[in-house]
Ligand binder design. Structure first.
Ligand SMILES: *[C@@H]1O[C@H](CO)[C@@H](O)[C@H](O)[C@H]1NC(C)=O
Ligand SMILES: *[C@@H]1O[C@H](CO)[C@@H](O)[C@H](O)[C@H]1NC(C)=O
Ligand SMILES: *[C@@H]1O[C@H](CO)[C@@H](O)[C@H](O)[C@H]1NC(C)=O
Length: 813
């Protein structure tokens, strides 16, 4: 008996509906939207309608950017239930819900309002890309009955929330499309994991494959890409009702989105100005091999600059002993599980997996330590918020996993250690103290003696002092760099606009700009997050200020105002060498004589750094992206931030902080941290091979024998067919004997043992003469890293992909 009135109502409603047409932004309860018509948001940014993805014929209801020519869909309603013809209709039904129907009024998708609606309902597409249902009477309020932002597809738009709404029992997460033709949920999920110390994680099915690290007040502990920077602001909200993160953009005219792609990368993409042809990737995670979840097992420590990449933290040893099969690490000394345990501080870390954590934001570090000590399952603690001096308390229970090194960033972690482990350390410290005491005593003795001698030579010494003060004066004068004020540079770079951005490195962004007098400049803007950055900056300013050579990039000046630290260089109009030689089309612009000129220029620049300048400088990060090109394609070496000055005859040094770029690092530097002019020679040799072959050493992987570029060159050399290495693009322009000579020189440079490698002055001589060259010995690093590290596939791992694991300062371009 109930059927009749229902029939009557629906009949009446249908009767009242009229077809929607034209470009309005709303659908009222008496309209419907059919396939072929669209809704457009008020200022024309977004459009909603029916579409077919890729080569598919299926129809889906979705939202895309109206002004971007490449249809970029940001939301799909009926992901799981496509319509196979153009019969789709979208309308608001009698209960106030949005329904999508296909033939014969079959409902393929609908909203599910929980509360009953009193007044008529309307649907509106907002300029933010949010499709909302609201009470017609309430009008332009921010309260919605339903919103598409609560049901994300694979895209996060600015102001959209990723995370939890506890009040309404909602979780907003991204799910990748199955394929470009199929928007149904694919393998990958990006969600905010709900636990003591929440963090976004990437799931493949139900398996965790990446985590960004927990929110530390400034960003996510292990994802530099997801920290607030001059262009983007990341924000985390945590209260009783909600827990989510979102992002926004400082320059509202830019179009940007975060998208989870089908191969499991969370990419921040950006398009600017109307009519842009394509999207650019601004940044993405995961970034490298160490980002793979749990790569190094429990208590293992992943560090990209070491071979092998997995290490044990101090106080731990490999679980598998000498066995090559890595299974993580175990303690050298078992814990006492009592107050007798202590803590050891580790720095520059991505904090371990936070699935078993406990957080209290009002405790301080000391209280945190006490609480951790009292609880026998607490394995580590640290500040939960690193802003300022740090505050709050986060504690970890159970085994610690997925710890990696973050060079020049990362966080401190205090790890529980047994008293006996701490004692051995104390012992060690005592020893050092005793030794120091002896050294001090001896030095004091020497000083006293020399003081007496000094008294005797008082006349001589007076003359010396005068000389010294003269030298110091000179030094200070040389250090006087033109200082620019911030307003000038902000104006020159359009207030550091995204469109002026040239590139990005670990410390911030490089912009191009034009001064009022027309001078073009490149500006390195150091992000203010890292304390270490300031030292590197000072190092770089001081060094470059002293260097003048036509194959080195010129520093115009700097600007230090408050938080802002900027370096101003001459702009190199032709970008960097890698931009040309690894690109199929652009590489044609560099024929052999140009390439030879570039090779000789780099060699002279490096020789100047090593020998001819008053300081002896090791570059430590020589690579194609650090070789910039001027109008006439003359090479100029850039990025001296990592350079170390040597005084007098010191030729070799040891460093704990290995900086540099994989693929260019000499074996003794990569594995032992030993660097010298000869490790720069090694990098030069690699660079030479790349220029000759047009192939990246890092990306190169010989499928048959696993050789890298060096190994392959060595093989061809021994088989007496070195010419097979030559970049085919060079073709006719080649001077074959010159090219073969260069291959010969490069092989001399990449020899395994530093003593065998020539120094830069010999290299310059060899390049400029026809003298007979010595036979090269075996190079270092013959095999591709893939062969050396079990479990590293050549396919989609970070190491073989295009992104370089640069552990360096900015890459100026
Ligand atoms: C839909 O209606 C058509 C004719 O109007 C009919 O041939 C078809 O079988 C119906 N399909 C369904 C699924 O009811
Ligand atoms: C996903 O993003 C990564 C990183 O930018 C990229 O290398 C990969 O090709 C992308 N996959 C697809 C299917 O677009
Ligand atoms: C240690 O802390 C955890 C988490 O707060 C708690 O579940 C456990 O009961 C504590 N254990 C002891 C011995 O206090």
């Amino acid at each position: 008996m109930d059927i009749l009135p229902f029939f009557f109502i629906s009949f009446k409603l249908l009767f009242l509906f009229c077809e929607f047409s034209g470009a309005a932004e709303t659908i009222s309860s008496s309209q419907y939207l059919s396939d072929g018509n669209t809704l457009v948001s008020k200022n024309g940014t977004f459009e909603l309608g029916f579409f077919s993805p890729g080569s598919s014929k299926n129809r889906y209801l979705g939202i895309w950017y109206k002004k971007i020519p490449v249809q970029t869909v940001v939301w799909v309603a009926n992901r799981l239930s496509p319509i196979n013809d153009s019969s789709g209709l979208l309308m608001i039904n009698s209960t106030g819900n949005l329904v999508l129907t296909s033939q014969n009024k079959t409902v393929v998708w609908s909203t599910n309002l929980t509360s009953e609606v009193q007044n008529p309902v309307m649907a509106e597409l907002l300029d933010s890309g949010n499709f909302v249902l609201r009470d017609e009477q309430v009008g332009n309020s921010e309260t919605f009955l339903w919103q598409s932002f609560d049901y994300p597809s694979d895209t996060l738009l600015p102001e959209m929330k990723l995370g939890w709404d506890f009040k309404n029992g909602l979780e907003r997460r991204l799910t990748a499309w199955k394929s470009p033709d199929d928007p149904s949920p694919g393998d990958f999920i990006w969600r905010l994991e709900l636990q003591g110390y929440p963090e976004p994680i990437l799931l493949k099915g139900s398996e965790k494959v990446y985590r960004s690290g927990p929110w530390n007040g400034l960003g996510f502990s292990g994802a530099e890409a997801m920290m607030s920077n001059p262009d983007f602001i990341f924000n985390m909200v945590s209260n009783e009702e909600e827990l989510y993160y979102s992002f926004s953009i400082t320059d509202k005219s830019l179009i940007t989105r975060i998208v989870l792609n089908q191969t499991g990368y969370v990419r921040q993409r950006i398009a600017w100005s109307e009519g842009t042809e394509s999207w650019n990737v601004y940044s993405y995670v995961p970034r490298d091999y160490c980002d793979n979840y749990g790569t190094c097992g429990p208590y293992g420590y992943c560090i990209t600059s070491k071979t092998p990449i997995c290490q044990c933290l101090k106080g731990f040893k490999p679980k598998s002993g000498e066995n090559l099969d890595w299974q993580g690490c175990v303690r050298n000394k078992p814990l006492n599980y009592s107050n007798k345990d202590g803590f050891v501080k580790f720095s520059e870390l991505k904090l371990p997996d936070a699935s078993e954590t406990w957080v209290n934001n009002s405790m301080n570090l000391k209280e945190c330590r006490e609480k951790c000590l009292q609880n026998s399952s607490c394995m580590a603690y640290t500040n939960s918020d690193i802003r300022g001096a740090g505050s709050g308390c986060a504690m970890w229970f159970g085994d610690l996993i997925d710890i990696r090194n973050i060079q020049n960033g990362g966080q401190d972690l205090y790890m529980r250690m047994s008293a006996s482990e701490l004692e051995t350390e104390d012992d060690h410290k005592t020893k050092i103290l005793v030794i120091t005491a002896i050294v001090v005593a001896v030095t004091a003795g020497v000083l006293i003696v020399s003081y007496c001698i000094h008294k005797k030579c008082i006349y001589k010494s007076r003359a010396n002092t005068e000389e010294n003060s003269l030298e110091m004066h000179q030094e200070r004068e040389e250090l006087e760099l033109p200082m620019f004020d911030l307003a000038t540079i902000a104006k020159a770079t359009n207030k550091f606009s995204f469109c002026n951005k040239l590139g990005e490195g670990g410390f911030g962004v490089v912009y191009q700009g034009t001064l009022a007098d027309g001078q073009e400049i490149a500006v390195k803007r150091l992000s203010n997050i890292s304390g270490q950055g300031l030292n590197e900056l000072k190092n770089e300013v001081t060094l470059i200020a002293k260097l003048q050579h036509r194959n080195l990039v010129k520093l115009f000046g700097c600007c230090i105002e408050g938080e802002e630290k900027l370096l101003i260089y001459e702009l190199m109009p032709n970008k960097s060498l890698d931009y040309f030689i690894f690109d199929q089309t652009r590489s044609k612009l560099l024929n052999w004589s140009k390439r030879f000129n570039i090779i000789c220029g780099i060699a002279r620049g490096l020789l100047y750094l090593h020998q001819d300048s008053r300081l002896r400088i090791i570059h430590r990060d020589l690579k194609t992206s650090n070789v910039l090109l001027d109008h006439e394609m003359n090479p100029k070496i850039s990025d001296f931030g990592l350079a170390k000055t040597f005084c007098g005859n010191q030729t070799e040094a040891n460093t704990k902080r290995v900086v540099g770029t994989y693929g260019y690092m000499a074996p003794e530097y990569a594995s032992e941290g030993l660097f010298s002019a000869k490790s720069d020679v090694f990098s030069f040799g690699i660079l030479l091979l790349e220029i000759l072959s047009g192939v990246r050493n890092r990306g190169f992987y010989h499928p048959e024998n696993g050789l890298n570029l060096t190994g392959y060159a060595w093989k061809l050399w021994n088989e007496n067919k070195p010419s097979e290495l030559i970049d085919p693009v060079l073709g006719e322009s080649c001077n074959i004997s010159e090219v073969i000579r260069c291959i010969h020189i490069s092989l001399l440079c990449v020899q395994q043992y530093p003593v065998d490698r020539p120094n830069m002055s010999s290299v310059v001589l060899m390049l400029g003469s026809d003298n007979v060259l010595p036979q090269p010995k075996q190079p270092g690093f013959l095999m591709s890293r893939n062969k050396l590290e079990p479990g590293l596939s050549s396919g989609d791992s970070g190491l073989t992909s295009k992104n370089e694991i640069t552990i360096s300062l900015l890459e100026a371009r």
